[in-house]
Design a binder for this molecule. Structure first.
Ligand code: CDP
Length: 217
């Protein structure tokens, strides 16, 4: 039977770590849709294109071949995972992701992937738009402070200079933009299971999700 799993939630809720682990267990291809929006932001900014340059951005996307290898995003043959997860991209990505024209193109690419493979996808609109017929939908949350703490630790482990206060501010701003945009804002799908991860460790969250999948298979 073809399975698809949708995981949504705000920045730093642990979506990607958890999606990778659940994906490994059930042999699902992990599709990090945020990485695709980040790739658009990276390329647009390298080409000095602001979010108002919609036509140019759409042209640029048509020259971008994106696929995942070992959970890393490969763009036109280059592994860009390091570059797209820099704080400088986190702080600009939501502006590009709010463009309906950009979303239409990326959602189509994501649906094409889900038609070809059994997938676990994480993002902001997976349960509501991209995989709205998925039988397994989860919405992960955590307090902004806890999410900022997690992101701070991740960046420190990569030896990147960062400040907790700045990360918290960025996360709060990005949450606001992602939940208030006109097209496909971040929201819990009515049929998604909400998991507050503030006081749960990774295994705790993975176990909750695995139990639902085992019950529903
Ligand atoms: O990893 P993190 O939680 O920081 O965010 P991400 O999943 O990499 O997503 C980066 C940004 O892309 C989000 O803040 C959204 O603005 C946008 N995004 C989106 O609009 N729709 C998605 N399905 C995934 C990401």
């Amino acid at each position: 039977m073809k399975i698809s799993v949708a995981i949504d939630g705000p920045a730093g809720a642990g979506k990607s770590t958890i999606a990778k682990l659940v994906g490994e267990k059930y042999n699902l291809m992990y599709i990090n849709t945020g990485a695709m929006y980040r790739a658009v932001a990276l390329k647009a900014s390298e080409n000095n294109l602001l979010p108002e340059h919609v036509d140019e951005i759409c042209n640029l996307i048509s020259s971008m071949e994106m696929h995942f290898e070992n959970d890393d995003l490969i763009l036109n043959g280059e592994n860009i995972q390091e570059k797209i997860t820099m704080p400088s991209i986190s702080s600009i990505v939501s502006g590009y992701a709010s463009l309906p024209e950009v979303r239409t193109i990326l959602v189509k690419l994501q649906r094409d992937m889900s038609n070809k493979f059994d997938v676990i996808m994480d993002g902001r609109d997976i349960g509501t738009v991209v995989l709205k017929d998925s039988e397994f939908k989860f919405f992960l949350t955590a307090s902004p402070e806890e999410r900022a703490k997690r992101r701070f630790r991740e960046l420190q482990e990569r030896n990147l200079e960062c400040s907790y206060d700045q990360i918290l501010k960025d996360i709060i701003e990005r949450d606001y933009k992602d939940t208030h945009r006109a097209t496909d804002p971040l929201r819990k799908a009515d049929d998604a299971i909400e998991i507050d991860t503030t006081n749960l460790d990774i295994n705790g969250v993975v176990n909750v999700i695995n139990e639902y999948i085992e019950k529903g298979k």
